[in-house]
Design a protein around this ligand. Structure first.
Ligand code: F6P
Length: 536
Protein backbone atom coordinates (compact mmCIF):
# COMPACT_ATOMS: atom_id res chain seq x y z
CA UNK A 1 0.00 0.00 0.00
CA UNK A 2 1.08 3.52 -0.71
CA UNK A 3 0.65 6.98 0.65
CA UNK A 4 -2.62 7.86 -1.15
CA UNK A 5 -1.62 11.49 -1.61
CA UNK A 6 1.23 10.34 -3.89
CA UNK A 7 -1.16 8.57 -6.28
CA UNK A 8 -1.86 10.34 -9.61
CA UNK A 9 -5.63 10.14 -9.08
CA UNK A 10 -5.32 11.88 -5.71
CA UNK A 11 -3.51 14.78 -7.34
CA UNK A 12 -6.12 14.96 -10.10
CA UNK A 13 -8.87 14.89 -7.49
CA UNK A 14 -7.23 17.85 -5.75
CA UNK A 15 -7.34 19.85 -8.99
CA UNK A 16 -10.85 18.68 -9.80
CA UNK A 17 -11.97 19.66 -6.31
CA UNK A 18 -11.15 23.31 -6.99
CA UNK A 19 -13.91 23.42 -9.64
CA UNK A 20 -16.26 21.01 -7.88
CA UNK A 21 -16.20 23.04 -4.65
CA UNK A 22 -17.98 25.91 -6.33
CA UNK A 23 -20.80 23.75 -7.69
CA UNK A 24 -24.19 23.46 -6.03
CA UNK A 25 -26.08 20.17 -6.06
CA UNK A 26 -29.29 22.06 -6.84
CA UNK A 27 -27.76 23.02 -10.21
CA UNK A 28 -26.36 19.55 -10.73
CA UNK A 29 -29.84 18.06 -10.39
CA UNK A 30 -31.40 20.77 -12.57
CA UNK A 31 -28.90 20.20 -15.37
CA UNK A 32 -28.91 16.39 -15.33
CA UNK A 33 -32.28 14.70 -15.27
CA UNK A 34 -30.59 11.30 -15.04
CA UNK A 35 -28.60 12.14 -11.94
CA UNK A 36 -30.52 9.74 -9.66
CA UNK A 37 -30.16 6.93 -12.18
CA UNK A 38 -26.49 7.66 -12.66
CA UNK A 39 -25.70 7.77 -8.95
CA UNK A 40 -27.79 5.04 -7.38
CA UNK A 41 -27.28 1.33 -7.05
CA UNK A 42 -29.46 -1.61 -6.02
CA UNK A 43 -28.83 -4.96 -4.41
CA UNK A 44 -32.07 -6.98 -4.21
CA UNK A 45 -34.52 -4.71 -2.36
CA UNK A 46 -31.71 -2.48 -1.05
CA UNK A 47 -31.49 0.87 -2.81
CA UNK A 48 -28.52 3.15 -2.21
CA UNK A 49 -29.04 6.66 -3.56
CA UNK A 50 -25.76 8.55 -3.44
CA UNK A 51 -26.82 11.23 -5.92
CA UNK A 52 -27.17 13.85 -3.14
CA UNK A 53 -23.42 13.95 -2.68
CA UNK A 54 -21.24 16.69 -4.13
CA UNK A 55 -20.01 14.57 -7.01
CA UNK A 56 -20.04 14.80 -10.79
CA UNK A 57 -19.37 11.98 -13.27
CA UNK A 58 -15.76 13.24 -13.35
CA UNK A 59 -15.51 13.01 -9.56
CA UNK A 60 -16.69 9.41 -9.61
CA UNK A 61 -14.36 8.47 -12.46
CA UNK A 62 -11.39 9.94 -10.61
CA UNK A 63 -12.40 8.26 -7.36
CA UNK A 64 -12.68 4.93 -9.18
CA UNK A 65 -9.20 5.56 -10.61
CA UNK A 66 -8.02 6.13 -7.07
CA UNK A 67 -9.50 2.78 -6.02
CA UNK A 68 -7.65 1.07 -8.87
CA UNK A 69 -4.37 2.84 -8.14
CA UNK A 70 -4.65 1.99 -4.44
CA UNK A 71 -5.34 -1.60 -5.53
CA UNK A 72 -8.60 -1.92 -3.64
CA UNK A 73 -9.47 -5.09 -5.63
CA UNK A 74 -6.18 -6.63 -4.46
CA UNK A 75 -6.88 -5.58 -0.87
CA UNK A 76 -10.36 -7.12 -0.99
CA UNK A 77 -8.84 -10.34 -2.34
CA UNK A 78 -6.23 -10.34 0.46
CA UNK A 79 -8.86 -9.98 3.15
CA UNK A 80 -11.03 -12.80 1.79
CA UNK A 81 -7.94 -14.98 1.29
CA UNK A 82 -7.05 -14.65 4.98
CA UNK A 83 -3.78 -12.76 4.51
CA UNK A 84 -2.53 -11.09 7.72
CA UNK A 85 -3.80 -7.62 6.81
CA UNK A 86 -3.90 -6.67 10.50
CA UNK A 87 -0.17 -6.04 10.23
CA UNK A 88 0.53 -4.68 13.74
CA UNK A 89 -0.91 -7.83 15.33
CA UNK A 90 0.09 -10.13 12.47
CA UNK A 91 -3.44 -11.47 12.14
CA UNK A 92 -5.85 -12.24 9.35
CA UNK A 93 -9.22 -10.49 9.33
CA UNK A 94 -11.67 -13.24 8.65
CA UNK A 95 -15.08 -12.23 9.96
CA UNK A 96 -16.31 -12.87 6.41
CA UNK A 97 -15.59 -16.60 6.93
CA UNK A 98 -18.07 -16.66 9.83
CA UNK A 99 -21.01 -16.04 7.50
CA UNK A 100 -19.93 -18.02 4.48
CA UNK A 101 -22.15 -21.09 4.60
CA UNK A 102 -21.19 -22.04 1.04
CA UNK A 103 -17.50 -22.56 1.64
CA UNK A 104 -16.16 -25.69 3.32
CA UNK A 105 -12.55 -24.64 3.41
CA UNK A 106 -11.08 -21.45 4.89
CA UNK A 107 -7.39 -21.73 5.64
CA UNK A 108 -5.78 -19.78 8.43
CA UNK A 109 -2.16 -20.48 9.37
CA UNK A 110 -2.32 -23.67 7.31
CA UNK A 111 -5.41 -24.92 9.15
CA UNK A 112 -8.94 -25.19 7.77
CA UNK A 113 -10.97 -23.14 10.27
CA UNK A 114 -14.36 -23.88 8.69
CA UNK A 115 -15.09 -27.07 10.70
CA UNK A 116 -14.46 -25.15 13.94
CA UNK A 117 -16.76 -22.31 12.79
CA UNK A 118 -19.51 -24.78 11.90
CA UNK A 119 -19.08 -26.63 15.20
CA UNK A 120 -19.59 -23.45 17.23
CA UNK A 121 -22.59 -22.45 15.09
CA UNK A 122 -24.12 -25.88 15.78
CA UNK A 123 -23.42 -25.43 19.50
CA UNK A 124 -25.11 -22.01 19.36
CA UNK A 125 -28.08 -23.46 17.50
CA UNK A 126 -28.61 -26.21 20.05
CA UNK A 127 -28.06 -23.99 23.05
CA UNK A 128 -30.31 -21.15 21.86
CA UNK A 129 -33.04 -23.70 21.13
CA UNK A 130 -32.73 -25.23 24.59
CA UNK A 131 -32.91 -21.83 26.32
CA UNK A 132 -35.84 -20.67 24.19
CA UNK A 133 -37.82 -23.88 24.68
CA UNK A 134 -37.23 -24.39 28.39
CA UNK A 135 -34.87 -27.32 27.95
CA UNK A 136 -31.99 -25.45 29.58
CA UNK A 137 -33.16 -24.72 33.09
CA UNK A 138 -31.77 -22.89 36.08
CA UNK A 139 -30.31 -24.66 39.14
CA UNK A 140 -33.73 -24.88 40.82
CA UNK A 141 -35.36 -26.30 37.69
CA UNK A 142 -36.98 -23.03 36.62
CA UNK A 143 -37.23 -22.05 33.00
CA UNK A 144 -34.88 -19.28 31.84
CA UNK A 145 -36.90 -16.15 31.18
CA UNK A 146 -34.11 -13.57 31.11
CA UNK A 147 -30.64 -13.59 29.62
CA UNK A 148 -28.10 -10.92 30.57
CA UNK A 149 -25.15 -10.36 28.26
CA UNK A 150 -22.17 -8.93 30.12
CA UNK A 151 -19.53 -7.51 27.78
CA UNK A 152 -18.30 -4.19 26.45
CA UNK A 153 -17.20 -2.69 23.13
CA UNK A 154 -17.45 -5.32 20.41
CA UNK A 155 -18.73 -7.81 22.98
CA UNK A 156 -21.74 -5.60 23.62
CA UNK A 157 -22.44 -3.05 20.89
CA UNK A 158 -23.04 -5.48 18.01
CA UNK A 159 -25.33 -7.94 19.81
CA UNK A 160 -27.10 -5.12 21.65
CA UNK A 161 -27.74 -3.23 18.42
CA UNK A 162 -28.95 -6.37 16.60
CA UNK A 163 -31.20 -7.56 19.44
CA UNK A 164 -32.84 -4.12 19.44
CA UNK A 165 -32.98 -3.91 15.64
CA UNK A 166 -34.71 -7.31 15.45
CA UNK A 167 -37.01 -6.94 18.44
CA UNK A 168 -39.94 -7.67 16.16
CA UNK A 169 -38.55 -11.22 15.84
CA UNK A 170 -38.08 -11.77 19.59
CA UNK A 171 -39.17 -15.17 20.89
CA UNK A 172 -39.82 -16.36 24.46
CA UNK A 173 -36.80 -14.94 26.29
CA UNK A 174 -35.92 -11.34 27.25
CA UNK A 175 -32.31 -10.35 26.58
CA UNK A 176 -30.62 -7.58 28.58
CA UNK A 177 -27.19 -6.00 28.32
CA UNK A 178 -24.73 -4.75 30.90
CA UNK A 179 -21.52 -3.12 29.73
CA UNK A 180 -20.60 -0.16 31.92
CA UNK A 181 -18.35 -0.61 34.95
CA UNK A 182 -20.66 1.92 36.58
CA UNK A 183 -22.45 -0.28 39.14
CA UNK A 184 -25.68 1.47 38.29
CA UNK A 185 -26.15 -0.52 35.11
CA UNK A 186 -25.91 -4.02 36.58
CA UNK A 187 -27.86 -2.96 39.67
CA UNK A 188 -30.70 -1.60 37.57
CA UNK A 189 -30.79 -4.71 35.38
CA UNK A 190 -30.67 -7.40 38.06
CA UNK A 191 -33.03 -5.72 40.46
CA UNK A 192 -35.87 -6.51 38.04
CA UNK A 193 -34.82 -10.16 37.64
CA UNK A 194 -35.19 -13.45 39.48
CA UNK A 195 -31.82 -15.24 39.81
CA UNK A 196 -33.53 -18.64 39.49
CA UNK A 197 -34.66 -17.81 35.95
CA UNK A 198 -31.70 -15.67 34.81
CA UNK A 199 -28.83 -16.80 32.62
CA UNK A 200 -25.67 -14.72 32.31
CA UNK A 201 -23.71 -14.74 29.06
CA UNK A 202 -20.23 -13.42 29.79
CA UNK A 203 -18.80 -12.10 26.52
CA UNK A 204 -15.16 -11.20 26.36
CA UNK A 205 -12.74 -12.09 23.62
CA UNK A 206 -9.73 -11.57 25.89
CA UNK A 207 -11.39 -12.42 29.22
CA UNK A 208 -9.29 -9.67 30.79
CA UNK A 209 -11.45 -6.58 30.22
CA UNK A 210 -11.83 -4.78 33.54
CA UNK A 211 -15.45 -3.70 33.09
CA UNK A 212 -16.62 -7.14 32.02
CA UNK A 213 -14.72 -9.01 34.70
CA UNK A 214 -16.06 -6.74 37.41
CA UNK A 215 -19.66 -7.04 36.21
CA UNK A 216 -19.25 -10.81 35.84
CA UNK A 217 -18.00 -11.10 39.43
CA UNK A 218 -20.93 -9.04 40.69
CA UNK A 219 -23.32 -11.29 38.75
CA UNK A 220 -21.58 -14.40 40.11
CA UNK A 221 -21.98 -13.13 43.70
CA UNK A 222 -25.66 -12.36 43.07
CA UNK A 223 -26.31 -15.88 41.79
CA UNK A 224 -24.18 -17.81 44.29
CA UNK A 225 -25.32 -15.80 47.34
CA UNK A 226 -28.91 -16.80 46.61
CA UNK A 227 -28.62 -20.14 44.80
CA UNK A 228 -25.26 -21.46 46.03
CA UNK A 229 -21.94 -22.01 44.22
CA UNK A 230 -23.15 -25.05 42.31
CA UNK A 231 -25.60 -22.77 40.43
CA UNK A 232 -22.80 -21.30 38.31
CA UNK A 233 -23.04 -24.27 35.95
CA UNK A 234 -26.63 -23.54 34.97
CA UNK A 235 -26.55 -19.74 35.17
CA UNK A 236 -23.33 -18.80 33.38
CA UNK A 237 -21.98 -19.42 29.90
CA UNK A 238 -18.93 -17.78 28.33
CA UNK A 239 -18.15 -16.42 24.88
CA UNK A 240 -14.41 -16.09 24.60
CA UNK A 241 -11.10 -17.04 23.01
CA UNK A 242 -9.57 -17.57 26.47
CA UNK A 243 -10.49 -21.04 27.75
CA UNK A 244 -8.09 -20.82 30.69
CA UNK A 245 -9.56 -17.53 31.95
CA UNK A 246 -13.09 -18.88 31.56
CA UNK A 247 -12.27 -21.99 33.54
CA UNK A 248 -10.50 -20.01 36.30
CA UNK A 249 -13.63 -17.87 36.62
CA UNK A 250 -15.53 -21.07 37.40
CA UNK A 251 -17.36 -21.66 34.12
CA UNK A 252 -16.97 -25.17 32.74
CA UNK A 253 -15.41 -24.92 29.27
CA UNK A 254 -18.24 -27.21 28.05
CA UNK A 255 -20.37 -24.10 28.54
CA UNK A 256 -17.99 -21.91 26.58
CA UNK A 257 -18.58 -20.84 22.99
CA UNK A 258 -15.27 -20.35 21.30
CA UNK A 259 -14.15 -17.82 18.75
CA UNK A 260 -10.78 -16.83 17.38
CA UNK A 261 -8.24 -14.02 17.28
CA UNK A 262 -8.92 -13.46 13.56
CA UNK A 263 -12.43 -12.23 14.41
CA UNK A 264 -11.86 -8.67 15.62
CA UNK A 265 -14.00 -7.55 18.58
CA UNK A 266 -15.99 -4.97 16.61
CA UNK A 267 -16.46 -7.47 13.76
CA UNK A 268 -17.47 -10.37 15.99
CA UNK A 269 -21.26 -10.33 16.14
CA UNK A 270 -21.26 -13.06 13.49
CA UNK A 271 -19.33 -15.37 15.82
CA UNK A 272 -20.17 -16.84 19.23
CA UNK A 273 -20.53 -13.20 20.34
CA UNK A 274 -23.87 -13.34 18.45
CA UNK A 275 -25.29 -15.90 20.90
CA UNK A 276 -27.57 -13.34 22.62
CA UNK A 277 -28.98 -12.50 19.18
CA UNK A 278 -29.65 -16.18 18.45
CA UNK A 279 -31.31 -16.58 21.86
CA UNK A 280 -33.45 -13.51 21.27
CA UNK A 281 -34.66 -14.18 17.71
CA UNK A 282 -34.02 -17.91 17.26
CA UNK A 283 -31.21 -19.53 15.35
CA UNK A 284 -33.01 -19.60 11.99
CA UNK A 285 -33.30 -15.82 12.09
CA UNK A 286 -29.69 -15.53 13.23
CA UNK A 287 -28.75 -17.63 10.22
CA UNK A 288 -30.68 -15.15 8.03
CA UNK A 289 -28.58 -12.35 9.52
CA UNK A 290 -25.43 -14.25 8.51
CA UNK A 291 -26.91 -14.93 5.06
CA UNK A 292 -27.63 -11.24 4.53
CA UNK A 293 -24.04 -10.36 5.43
CA UNK A 294 -22.86 -13.10 3.08
CA UNK A 295 -24.97 -11.59 0.26
CA UNK A 296 -23.15 -8.29 0.82
CA UNK A 297 -19.78 -10.09 0.99
CA UNK A 298 -20.48 -11.74 -2.35
CA UNK A 299 -21.46 -8.41 -3.87
CA UNK A 300 -18.33 -6.73 -2.43
CA UNK A 301 -16.08 -9.48 -3.74
CA UNK A 302 -17.59 -9.69 -7.22
CA UNK A 303 -19.27 -6.45 -8.28
CA UNK A 304 -17.24 -4.10 -10.48
CA UNK A 305 -15.90 -1.12 -8.53
CA UNK A 306 -18.31 1.29 -10.23
CA UNK A 307 -21.32 -0.73 -9.00
CA UNK A 308 -19.87 -1.91 -5.72
CA UNK A 309 -21.85 -0.40 -2.83
CA UNK A 310 -19.16 -0.49 -0.08
CA UNK A 311 -16.52 0.71 -2.57
CA UNK A 312 -18.69 3.62 -3.74
CA UNK A 313 -19.54 4.63 -0.17
CA UNK A 314 -15.90 4.33 0.93
CA UNK A 315 -14.77 6.49 -2.00
CA UNK A 316 -17.40 9.12 -1.25
CA UNK A 317 -16.29 9.04 2.40
CA UNK A 318 -12.73 9.82 1.29
CA UNK A 319 -13.95 12.52 -1.12
CA UNK A 320 -15.91 14.18 1.70
CA UNK A 321 -13.13 13.86 4.26
CA UNK A 322 -10.00 14.65 2.30
CA UNK A 323 -11.19 16.91 -0.48
CA UNK A 324 -14.30 18.67 0.83
CA UNK A 325 -12.90 18.74 4.38
CA UNK A 326 -16.07 17.34 5.93
CA UNK A 327 -14.97 16.04 9.31
CA UNK A 328 -18.16 14.59 10.79
CA UNK A 329 -20.69 12.06 9.59
CA UNK A 330 -24.21 11.49 10.91
CA UNK A 331 -25.99 8.12 10.74
CA UNK A 332 -29.72 8.75 10.81
CA UNK A 333 -31.93 5.66 10.90
CA UNK A 334 -35.60 6.42 10.28
CA UNK A 335 -36.40 3.24 12.16
CA UNK A 336 -36.84 3.14 15.92
CA UNK A 337 -35.60 -0.45 16.03
CA UNK A 338 -32.24 0.79 14.68
CA UNK A 339 -31.76 3.21 17.56
CA UNK A 340 -28.47 1.56 18.61
CA UNK A 341 -27.02 1.60 15.07
CA UNK A 342 -25.15 4.92 15.49
CA UNK A 343 -23.60 3.70 18.77
CA UNK A 344 -22.57 0.44 17.12
CA UNK A 345 -21.08 2.24 14.12
CA UNK A 346 -19.17 4.63 16.35
CA UNK A 347 -17.03 1.73 17.49
CA UNK A 348 -16.98 0.00 14.11
CA UNK A 349 -15.85 3.13 12.30
CA UNK A 350 -13.97 5.26 14.82
CA UNK A 351 -12.07 2.42 16.53
CA UNK A 352 -11.16 1.11 13.08
CA UNK A 353 -10.21 4.28 11.25
CA UNK A 354 -9.35 6.72 14.03
CA UNK A 355 -5.63 6.30 13.25
CA UNK A 356 -2.80 8.74 12.53
CA UNK A 357 0.02 6.32 11.70
CA UNK A 358 0.06 4.48 8.38
CA UNK A 359 0.69 0.80 7.68
CA UNK A 360 4.38 1.50 7.34
CA UNK A 361 4.62 3.16 10.77
CA UNK A 362 4.75 6.73 9.48
CA UNK A 363 2.59 9.59 10.68
CA UNK A 364 -0.03 10.41 8.06
CA UNK A 365 -0.32 13.93 6.68
CA UNK A 366 -3.97 13.68 5.69
CA UNK A 367 -7.23 13.26 7.57
CA UNK A 368 -8.53 9.78 8.37
CA UNK A 369 -11.69 8.65 10.20
CA UNK A 370 -14.56 11.09 10.57
CA UNK A 371 -16.38 11.79 13.82
CA UNK A 372 -19.53 9.67 13.65
CA UNK A 373 -22.73 10.32 15.55
CA UNK A 374 -26.46 9.92 15.08
CA UNK A 375 -29.94 9.43 16.41
CA UNK A 376 -33.07 7.92 14.98
CA UNK A 377 -35.15 10.25 12.83
CA UNK A 378 -37.26 12.15 13.69
CA UNK A 379 -35.77 12.67 17.17
CA UNK A 380 -32.55 14.03 15.69
CA UNK A 381 -34.54 16.60 13.72
CA UNK A 382 -35.62 18.19 16.99
CA UNK A 383 -32.08 18.12 18.30
CA UNK A 384 -28.93 18.59 16.21
CA UNK A 385 -30.36 19.00 12.68
CA UNK A 386 -30.27 22.80 13.12
CA UNK A 387 -26.48 22.51 12.83
CA UNK A 388 -26.78 20.10 9.89
CA UNK A 389 -28.90 22.62 8.00
CA UNK A 390 -27.43 25.98 8.98
CA UNK A 391 -24.24 25.44 10.97
CA UNK A 392 -20.82 26.60 9.79
CA UNK A 393 -19.63 22.99 9.85
CA UNK A 394 -20.68 20.83 6.89
CA UNK A 395 -21.65 17.33 7.96
CA UNK A 396 -22.34 14.40 5.66
CA UNK A 397 -25.09 11.95 6.56
CA UNK A 398 -26.65 8.58 5.86
CA UNK A 399 -30.44 8.32 5.94
CA UNK A 400 -31.73 4.77 6.42
CA UNK A 401 -35.35 3.57 6.21
CA UNK A 402 -37.64 0.73 5.17
CA UNK A 403 -40.73 1.16 3.03
CA UNK A 404 -42.72 -0.91 5.50
CA UNK A 405 -42.78 -0.82 9.27
CA UNK A 406 -43.48 -3.82 11.47
CA UNK A 407 -45.77 -1.48 13.33
CA UNK A 408 -47.91 0.15 10.66
CA UNK A 409 -50.15 2.24 12.90
CA UNK A 410 -52.36 4.58 10.91
CA UNK A 411 -50.27 7.29 9.29
CA UNK A 412 -47.19 6.88 11.49
CA UNK A 413 -45.04 5.25 8.86
CA UNK A 414 -45.93 7.50 5.90
CA UNK A 415 -45.21 10.50 8.14
CA UNK A 416 -41.87 9.02 9.20
CA UNK A 417 -41.03 8.30 5.56
CA UNK A 418 -41.97 11.80 4.48
CA UNK A 419 -39.31 13.09 6.88
CA UNK A 420 -36.81 10.54 5.58
CA UNK A 421 -37.37 11.99 2.09
CA UNK A 422 -37.73 15.67 2.98
CA UNK A 423 -34.62 16.07 5.13
CA UNK A 424 -32.08 15.01 2.47
CA UNK A 425 -33.95 17.14 -0.06
CA UNK A 426 -33.72 20.18 2.24
CA UNK A 427 -30.05 19.50 2.97
CA UNK A 428 -29.30 19.26 -0.73
CA UNK A 429 -31.51 22.00 -2.17
CA UNK A 430 -31.60 24.52 0.66
CA UNK A 431 -33.61 27.73 0.31
CA UNK A 432 -32.42 30.91 -1.39
CA UNK A 433 -33.10 34.46 -0.20
CA UNK A 434 -35.48 34.96 -3.12
CA UNK A 435 -37.40 31.82 -2.25
CA UNK A 436 -37.67 33.01 1.35
CA UNK A 437 -38.93 36.42 0.20
CA UNK A 438 -41.42 34.82 -2.19
CA UNK A 439 -42.80 32.96 0.79
CA UNK A 440 -43.45 36.30 2.50
CA UNK A 441 -40.45 36.40 4.80
CA UNK A 442 -39.87 39.95 6.16
CA UNK A 443 -36.56 41.46 4.98
CA UNK A 444 -34.97 41.54 8.43
CA UNK A 445 -35.48 37.79 8.83
CA UNK A 446 -34.31 36.74 5.37
CA UNK A 447 -30.71 35.95 6.44
CA UNK A 448 -32.06 33.58 9.09
CA UNK A 449 -34.42 31.83 6.72
CA UNK A 450 -31.83 31.12 4.06
CA UNK A 451 -30.56 27.56 3.83
CA UNK A 452 -27.36 27.25 1.83
CA UNK A 453 -28.05 23.61 1.00
CA UNK A 454 -25.34 21.63 -0.79
CA UNK A 455 -25.04 19.40 2.32
CA UNK A 456 -24.21 15.85 1.17
CA UNK A 457 -26.19 12.79 2.14
CA UNK A 458 -26.77 9.21 1.05
CA UNK A 459 -30.17 7.53 1.37
CA UNK A 460 -30.52 3.79 1.91
CA UNK A 461 -33.93 2.17 1.53
CA UNK A 462 -35.09 -1.41 2.18
CA UNK A 463 -38.49 -3.07 1.96
CA UNK A 464 -38.34 -4.15 5.59
CA UNK A 465 -35.60 -4.41 8.19
CA UNK A 466 -35.51 -8.21 8.26
CA UNK A 467 -32.59 -10.16 9.77
CA UNK A 468 -31.32 -10.70 6.21
CA UNK A 469 -31.39 -6.98 5.43
CA UNK A 470 -29.80 -6.06 8.74
CA UNK A 471 -26.95 -8.45 7.88
CA UNK A 472 -26.52 -6.72 4.53
CA UNK A 473 -26.55 -3.27 6.09
CA UNK A 474 -23.96 -4.08 8.76
CA UNK A 475 -21.68 -5.87 6.30
CA UNK A 476 -21.99 -2.88 3.96
CA UNK A 477 -20.65 -0.60 6.70
CA UNK A 478 -17.89 -3.07 7.64
CA UNK A 479 -16.67 -3.11 4.05
CA UNK A 480 -17.03 0.64 3.61
CA UNK A 481 -14.78 1.06 6.67
CA UNK A 482 -12.32 -1.42 5.16
CA UNK A 483 -12.22 0.46 1.83
CA UNK A 484 -11.59 3.77 3.56
CA UNK A 485 -8.90 2.26 5.77
CA UNK A 486 -7.15 0.78 2.75
CA UNK A 487 -7.36 4.06 0.82
CA UNK A 488 -5.87 5.86 3.82
CA UNK A 489 -3.19 3.16 4.10
CA UNK A 490 -3.97 2.55 7.78
CA UNK A 491 -4.66 -0.65 9.68
CA UNK A 492 -8.39 -0.67 10.45
CA UNK A 493 -8.10 -3.77 12.65
CA UNK A 494 -5.97 -2.77 15.63
CA UNK A 495 -6.90 -0.36 18.44
CA UNK A 496 -3.76 0.68 20.30
CA UNK A 497 -5.37 4.02 21.08
CA UNK A 498 -7.59 2.51 23.77
CA UNK A 499 -4.64 1.30 25.88
CA UNK A 500 -3.15 4.41 27.49
CA UNK A 501 -6.28 5.44 29.38
CA UNK A 502 -6.70 1.84 30.63
CA UNK A 503 -3.08 1.77 31.92
CA UNK A 504 -3.42 5.07 33.73
CA UNK A 505 -6.77 4.06 35.26
CA UNK A 506 -5.13 1.04 36.90
CA UNK A 507 -2.65 3.32 38.66
CA UNK A 508 -5.28 5.91 39.57
CA UNK A 509 -7.63 3.25 40.99
CA UNK A 510 -4.99 2.21 43.53
CA UNK A 511 -4.29 5.84 44.37
CA UNK A 512 -7.96 6.72 44.90
CA UNK A 513 -8.25 3.91 47.41
CA UNK A 514 -5.01 4.68 49.32
CA UNK A 515 -2.98 7.60 50.70
CA UNK A 516 -0.08 6.94 48.33
CA UNK A 517 1.93 9.95 47.16
CA UNK A 518 0.76 11.36 43.85
CA UNK A 519 3.07 12.17 40.99
CA UNK A 520 0.76 13.42 38.26
CA UNK A 521 0.28 16.95 36.91
CA UNK A 522 -1.38 19.44 39.28
CA UNK A 523 -4.85 18.94 37.77
CA UNK A 524 -4.80 15.14 38.00
CA UNK A 525 -3.32 15.23 41.52
CA UNK A 526 -5.98 17.71 42.64
CA UNK A 527 -8.84 15.68 41.20
CA UNK A 528 -7.61 12.51 42.94
CA UNK A 529 -7.28 14.46 46.22
CA UNK A 530 -10.83 15.80 45.77
CA UNK A 531 -12.22 12.31 45.30
CA UNK A 532 -10.26 10.96 48.28
CA UNK A 533 -11.52 13.83 50.42
CA UNK A 534 -15.15 13.56 49.30
CA UNK A 535 -15.26 9.78 49.69
CA UNK A 536 -13.50 9.78 53.09
O1 F6P B 1 -12.09 -1.01 23.84
C1 F6P B 1 -11.10 -1.87 23.43
C2 F6P B 1 -11.56 -3.26 23.18
O2 F6P B 1 -10.44 -4.05 23.06
C3 F6P B 1 -12.47 -3.40 21.97
O3 F6P B 1 -11.79 -3.43 20.77
C4 F6P B 1 -13.20 -4.65 22.29
O4 F6P B 1 -14.32 -4.79 21.48
C5 F6P B 1 -13.51 -4.41 23.74
O5 F6P B 1 -12.35 -3.78 24.25
C6 F6P B 1 -13.88 -5.62 24.55
O6 F6P B 1 -12.86 -6.58 24.57
P1 F6P B 1 -13.10 -8.04 25.08
O7 F6P B 1 -14.10 -8.69 24.20
O8 F6P B 1 -11.76 -8.71 25.01
O9 F6P B 1 -13.59 -7.97 26.51
Amino acid sequence: MKNPTALPAWKKLQQHCQQAKGMHMRDMFDSDKDRFKRFSVRLDDMLVDYSKNRITPDTMNLLLDLAEEADIPGAIGDMFAGKPINNTENRAVLHVALRNAAKSHVTYDGVNVKPAIDKVLKQMEEFSYKVQHGQWRGATGQRITDVVNIGIGGSDLGPRMAVEALKHYRQNVRVHFVSNVDGTEITEVIERLDPASTLFVISSKSWTTQETMMNALTARCWITDILGPQAIEKHFVALSTNARGVSEFGIDTDNMFEFWDWAGGRYSLWSAIGLPIAISIGFDNFRQLLNGAYAMDTHFLNAPLSENIPVILGLIGVWNTNFLDIRSHAVLPYDQYLHRLPAYLQQADMESNGKSVDRGGKRVKYSTGQVLFGEPGTNGQHSFYQLLHQGTEIISSDFIASAWSFNEAGLHHPVLLSNFIAQPEALMRGKTADEAKDQGCPDNLVPYKVFEGNRPSTSILFDRMTPFNLGKLIAMYEHKIFVQGMLWNINSYDQWGVQLGKELATVVCEQIMSDAALGHDSSTNAMIEEIRHRRA
